[in-house]
Design a binder for this molecule. Sequence first.
Ligand SMILES: Nc1nc2c(ncn2[C@@H]2O[C@H](COP(=O)(O)OP(=O)(O)OP(=O)(O)O)[C@@H](O)[C@H]2O)c(=O)[nH]1
Ligand SMILES: [Mg+2]
Ligand SMILES: [Zn+2]
Length: 309
Amino acid sequence: MKTNKRAQHTKKEQQKLLKGRIIAHLGKALIVEDEQGRTARCKKRTQLQQPAVGDYVEWIKTEDDAGRVENVLERRSLLSRPAKNGQTRPVAANLDQIVIIIAVKPTIDPLLLDQYLIVCEFQEIKPLIVLNKVDLLDEGSRKSTDELILLYRNLSYEVIEVSAVEKSGLDKLRKRLKNETSILVGQSGVGKSTITNSLLPDLDLQTKALSTASGLGKHTTTSSTLYKLPEGGDIIDSPGVNIFGLAHITEQNLAYGYREIKHLAEHCKYSNCLHLKEPKCAVKDAVETGDVSKKRYLRYLKLRDKLAY
Ligand SMILES: Nc1nc2c(ncn2[C@@H]2O[C@H](COP(=O)(O)OP(=O)(O)OP(=O)(O)O)[C@@H](O)[C@H]2O)c(=O)[nH]1
Ligand SMILES: [Mg+2]
Ligand SMILES: [Zn+2]
């Protein structure tokens, strides 16, 4: 009798909706962190939309360290990437900031940089540009890099220079990451994981907890993972692949993704001007006078081609 009661009680307890956050997506498992900082390996309710790293969720415990995600709570932002059949897949949710890492090695790809910035403008998520590996700069690369940085600073984008290996510039970066949820993005090899490492004194611990929770053994950076910063806030280390794209962006929004074009567009003769061959186009005029960078404008045209409007 007594035992029965306890069993019932336990069952009730287990059905209680708990609050948590998705911190990784490993294999088929969703790793949920509860409000006490404990992790559990979860499945999701069959009908539920795919949760993303950073999602706040309601979940129930089905075993000691396992459970099922029942609901995804409202998101304040969502980053997705194109998937098969013209669909999109969520990459990370509830982001405040996208930290775009560039480095001398692999060579900076300004077209990729612009694409990340367009996503930031479009999704209204704060961008931060970080130039890593400054220890590798020589006279030649310093000059071309400075030119590029100046272009973006003149557009009011913040650029921070760091060396994750020499641990320089990291305090400035820490300040900008404090109390925010940020995702690190950029080409493979620019140093996202090394930066993550140098910001987290307890990375080993956090990684160990993850591999235990997932039951997958050693954790590799094949998927995005959320880590807690000691100063408050979180960073998501993402794999270097093309984690998001411009798949569903309209022609007009692509143009607005170039903030200097957006600022000038209201002065164009036509309100729907795409700044191509239209007469009295304020953007093209500004490119002529040098007020708008020709390089950026050409990249805008190149992206239009790529998206085949
Ligand atoms: N010289 C120098 N090398 C660095 C620096 N930061 C990272 N590296 C090296 O760059 C290489 C790639 O670094 P990762 O941190 O793995 O790059 P990642 O961006 O995480 O790459 P993916 O996970 O493939 O997307 C490693 O060999 C690092 O040691 C730096 O500040 N200076
Ligand atoms: Mg990595
Ligand atoms: Zn125009």
